[in-house]
Design a binder for this molecule. Structure first.
Ligand code: ZN
Length: 385
């Protein structure tokens, strides 16, 4: 989509421009990562953003700006309109509503569409495109505990196409402080059954399925990924890992996703630290690269042969509440949106989140792909799927 092919170019309502006291044009909302400031000594950029109100075709916008600024070359206006469009600030007010969504679905997802439009910096035929992409996506969710049930709730509410949930456990009383898909009535019921009932009640449109199944090794994950959703054909667009048992499950997910080229994310918490890791095979660090880089960065000053657990004790219980589990699950659902819709664009091979002890102190782990990585280091990037 370019400025020329737009029927009625309009600055996105969420990106509405304003003029600073020194006459610059600020557009894209004053949000780091979205907004920009344009110098406008002639004042015509301001006229241009005002003229792009969705009431005119592209040629009429150019004519209007040139009419009000005598001597201004039309090609300058055309170029500025192209630049603003390429930067993601302009939508087509003349785009018809998508036939793929019923009126009821458009009402249900309308607010989410406007947030995606705000965060989206890709020019689109229609602002509904990312929502449609989410609605066609197939996601495998492993683990429907604290993180997983929050991620499932968020994705189903947001209109994911198909979600297949895998979880072996039953609902216990000690789960109910955080696993908010479940109620007292579900005690003793397999979590998958209770989750499916709650998710269907929340939104009947997505194809939500599940099975009571334990992942015991990489072969189980590979089989789940290969099978695809029931009645949906093989494969998934993304794997979301929300289980922390068995302890090696993240390593297995990394291995299987590298082998199959499946984008994936994992989220969790350690006390007040909540974070999500996002990975795309063949692009950036894999989970193992990031883990090794982080071990070096943290410089735990452990003695030779001393286990890392000395610094991060494991307990038989799980210190967590609805806040840490909910944030973790919402970050996982957000990572799914990044992977499935590209909003915001994925920086693969990173982990980000929050430290609830220190507001303003984000968790941020980044690494290059490591040539010595035991998982992806032996495979040249071009040979990855
Ligand atoms: Zn690696």
């Amino acid at each position: 989509m370019t400025a020329r092919t737009m029927r009625q170019p309009r600055v996105k309502p969420e990106h509405r421009a304003y003029r600073t006291v020194d006459g610059h044009v600020r557009i894209g909302s004053v949000v780091h990562g979205i907004g920009a400031e344009v110098k406008d000594p002639g004042g015509w950029v301001w006229t241009l953003v005002e003229a792009m109100d969705g009431s005119r075709g592209a040629a009429e916008v150019v004519a209007e700006v040139c009419r009000r600024h005598a001597g201004l070359p039309a090609e300058d206006v055309v170029q500025a309109m192209a630049d603003l469009t390429a930067a993601g600030y302009v939508e087509d007010a003349g785009a018809p509503p998508p036939a793929e969504l019923s009126e009821r679905e458009r009402e249900r997802y309308g607010r989410g569409m406007t947030l995606l439009r705000w965060m989206d910096l890709e020019p689109r035929e229609s602002p509904w495109e990312p929502q449609l992409r989410l609605g066609r996506a197939r996601v495998l969710l492993v683990g429907v505990g604290g993180t997983g049930s929050a991620a499932a709730r968020d994705l189903v509410a947001s209109g994911v196409g198909a979600l297949h949930c895998v979880e072996p456990d039953v609902v216990e009383l000690s789960n109910l402080n955080r696993q908010t898909l479940f109620t007292e009535r579900d005690l003793g019921t397999p979590k998958v059954d209770a989750a499916l009932a709650a998710l269907h009640a929340l939104n009947p449109h997505p194809a939500v399925t599940g099975e009571r199944r334990e992942v015991r090794g990489p072969a189980d994950l590979a089989a789940l990924l290969a099978e695809g959703p029931p009645q949906g054909g093989p494969g998934y667009d993304a794997l979301l890992l929300a289980a922390d048992r068995p302890p090696r499950i993240r390593r297995w997910a990394n291995e299987v996703c590298l082998a199959t080229g499946t984008p994936w994310a994992e989220a969790g918490y350690r006390g007040p630290l909540v974070a999500v890791g996002v990975f795309t095979p063949g692009r950036g660090a894999c989970w193992e690269c990031l883990r090794d880089a982080e071990a070096e960065r943290r410089d735990l000053r452990l003695g030779p042969g001393q286990d890392e657990e000395a610094a991060s004790p494991r307990m038989d219980w799980n210190p967590v509440n609805a806040m840490t589990a909910g944030l973790s699950g919402s970050l996982l659902a957000h990572a799914a949106l990044m992977l499935l819709c590209g909003i915001p664009p994925v920086e693969p091979g990173c982990r980000f989140g929050l430290n609830l002890m220190v507001p303003g102190d984000p968790v941020m782990q980044r690494s290059e792909r490591r040539p010595d990585c035991p998982a992806c280091g032996t495979v040249p990037a071009e040979d990855l799927p």
